[in-house]
Design a protein. Structure first.
Length: 259
């Protein structure tokens, strides 16, 4: 059985049932065109299979990425508000632990944990309560930068496939188009006739290959650019959040040299 038989047989049955009365030349040609696609060259059928598979995977990535970015935007906005209104890093830390889907929460948690490793407990003055001051801040900044890179890389998962689909599917469809036209010329050479019944099947294969290639490529390209812009905005938010974190931490904890 041909590769695409299961995909097109329902449409073929519908076309045959919907043909009433004596078959006209146009209806006969239409049915023969569909049958010719089902019996197309194995290379053309493989082309269709590749394009349809890439389209299905692309739409799965699109829906998954749309949900992830929507949730990321909501949780980041919520955590930003908490960060600006909180009275202490401990309060933000406790809240961030309940927002696992937010890149800002992971950035803050990693930065806060690294900051706690870099503090010293000042016990020289017994008359004042203990205070914590940062001895080295480079490790904290590196931890924040690394966390941002990791979170953005996580958000970019799947975009490479969308980019590949958008750029390659038109050419894959064109590859099927070439073979479809070649089939038409081969039939013309074999029959010595260039009638519609002879050339239509091959032309149909060629046009369908082009159409399927564009159907797979256009949505992938549109959503790739849309998601990329959204991720760039989230990266900017993460960088601003990291800058605010560093400024607040330095202002409250950093020990000045010479003191």
């Amino acid at each position: 059985m041909n590769l695409l038989s299961n995909l097109f047989l329902p449409y073929l049955a519908f076309a045959e049932q919907s043909t009433k009365g004596p078959p006209t030349e146009a209806s006969e040609v239409s049915i023969n065109l569909l049958e010719s696609i089902l019996s197309a060259n194995i290379i053309v059928q493989l082309t269709f299979l590749i394009l349809i598979s890439m389209s299905i995977i692309s739409w799965a990535i699109i829906f998954q990425k749309w949900i992830v970015l929507k949730k990321t935007k909501e949780e980041n906005t919520h955590l930003e508000d908490i960060f600006l209104q909180a009275n202490s890093f401990e309060e933000i830390y406790n809240t961030a632990r309940s927002h696992e889907d937010s890149p800002l929460s992971q950035i803050f948690i990693n930065g806060y944990n690294e900051m706690k490793k870099s503090v010293k407990h000042d016990t020289e003055d017994k008359t004042t309560p203990p205070s914590y001051q940062l001895m080295e801040f480079d490790n904290v900044e590196r931890s924040l930068r690394k966390s941002i890179d990791n979170e953005i890389s996580h958000l970019e998962i799947g975009l490479g496939f969308l980019a590949t689909t958008g750029s390659s599917c038109p050419f894959i469809g064109l590859f099927g188009t070439v073979f479809g036209i070649m089939n038409s010329f081969n039939k013309i050479a074999a029959t010595g006739s260039a009638s519609l019944h002879v050339v239509a099947p091959g032309i149909a294969e060629a046009l369908l290959a082009t159409g399927v290639g564009l159907f797979a490529a256009i949505p992938a390209s549109i959503f790739f650019n849309s998601f990329l812009n959204q991720i760039k905005k989230q990266e900017l938010i993460c960088n601003n959040f990291s800058t605010d974190f560093i400024n607040i931490a330095k202002r409250n904890f950093l020990q000045k040299r010479g003191e």
